[in-house]
Unconditional design. Sequence first.
Lengths: 315, 315
Amino acid sequence: MKKKLAVIALGGNALLRGDQIGTIDEQEQNTADTLQNLMYLIKEGYDLIIAHGNGPQVGNILMRNDAGETMYGIAQMPLDVCVADSQGGIGYMIERILRNTLKDHGISKEVLTVVTPVLVDINDPAFSNPTKPVGKYYTKEQADELTAAKGWIFKASPKGDGYRRNVPSPKPLAIMNEKVIESMARAGTIVIAVGGGGIPVYIDENKNVRPAEAVIDKDTASALLAARIGADEFYILTDVPFVYINYKKENEEKLEFLTYDMAKKHLDAGMFGEGSMAPKIRACMEFVKGGGEMAVITEATKLEDMSYGSKITLH
Amino acid sequence: MKKKLAVIALGGNALLRGDQIGTIDEQEQNTADTLQNLMYLIKEGYDLIIAHGNGPQVGNILMRNDAGETMYGIAQMPLDVCVADSQGGIGYMIERILRNTLKDHGISKEVLTVVTPVLVDINDPAFSNPTKPVGKYYTKEQADELTAAKGWIFKASPKGDGYRRNVPSPKPLAIMNEKVIESMARAGTIVIAVGGGGIPVYIDENKNVRPAEAVIDKDTASALLAARIGADEFYILTDVPFVYINYKKENEEKLEFLTYDMAKKHLDAGMFGEGSMAPKIRACMEFVKGGGEMAVITEATKLEDMSYGSKITLH
């Protein structure tokens, strides 16, 4: 029997929960809890690629860059390098804990973390409309100074507590190392890749790879990787066991099975939150449209029981 | 003909020179200049693994961690995570520029950056004698506070300008992903690995992989990787075209060819600086003793002309 290949996208709270301050002990404990649940898939014989978010971590790296310049005059690194830093640090943490979890379960497998640039189009409309807030809150005066000095674009926080740099969130087009990632994963190595949605790069008119000051949605990038390498299944692990419509209302409805068309109907009707479930649904739709067998949105702890999880298929 | 496999260790000044402040533009330009010189080896048909230092970069990451905690109360990451961050950021920078350099030379090759934990022994005597200064300079009072709070060990700077945290520099025993790194490199992918000498980890009594608060010498770790995977050649690129004895003295002697025994004789006689050439010579000796054909210490710009470079062989 041909082994199945699955791409698992770990949501932010799989590594760091909103009520935590982000010490390494907290991150390691959350990661261990999450990885525990992947053992079921490995015992079922799946080859695995693990993708993950980096929101809180790259936020902290950006703040530290700001503080390092202010206190010690250390040159700030651009956003692409900060994302790359976060892939190194988070990927290593997942890798180290995964090695121990595998050992506890008597499973012998290689684990490899790869730094992952992801290709975007510099003419993507997202570049003329930055929508993704990153880094610290600034006063109006500070924001204006930074716009003058670095060309950064700021927007007032919706809560009225300051201004934040907004960067574009362009659509990913290809994963730079997808062939190598695929061949390693199909050879049985668990590959940790596409951290934080990948480091955004574009190809300029001279065919050079250039950094894009942007961030890429991690679910979209993970789904793209899964589709491009012909993975069989794609999992988004988040903080709910199912996708719902009319969530927490009287007419709440749990969606266990969703075809592409049903998902599109609900999406077009605005049934999914833009900041939360809508991009996940879109990522799953792209995956099954791209040839994937099944996409699943669920909680990590529910992986072992297939009666949980919203399953999205093409038909 | 079987292709030759070479491991290239890029010295600190291949990425960032001592007289520079470390902006991303400076780092990218230095990296581009260095990588240009590797094209000769690639055109000769070598498979390549590129290792690199991280001294100035991880120093900046540690300073930013300190500043981030002071200014914004962001939890500091431990040293292992900071090293992992630096592998991500530096590895990505090398990878991106290498892709462009290859393109300029019409060479089609995959490039992959891997996060690399390196195994050390927690009973290594280095752990009871930390000798490697990292991060910022502190006053005596600050140093004492940090020793009380975090158990950090401080030593007065030789220049008398403050106190610095000193961490152990244990001997590397194995590269955690050496088999995967080797198989990718032998399949023609240029692999960027063992950044900064690797992220030091050890195996505890329960066979768990644990982080070690230490740093590993990059030349020693690169030579170990080269020997363990049976690489044919090992290059250390530094800021001199040859190794010398009595450097810059009247009786200065250029060492073009060195056997293991000759190198050991000069080493035992203290002819190489402990902070500079001695660890490089030791790394090369370990490589040829471990079965490597030839180790070379030279400048990047001299790679194309084999009349340059000190060549170390077993006999």
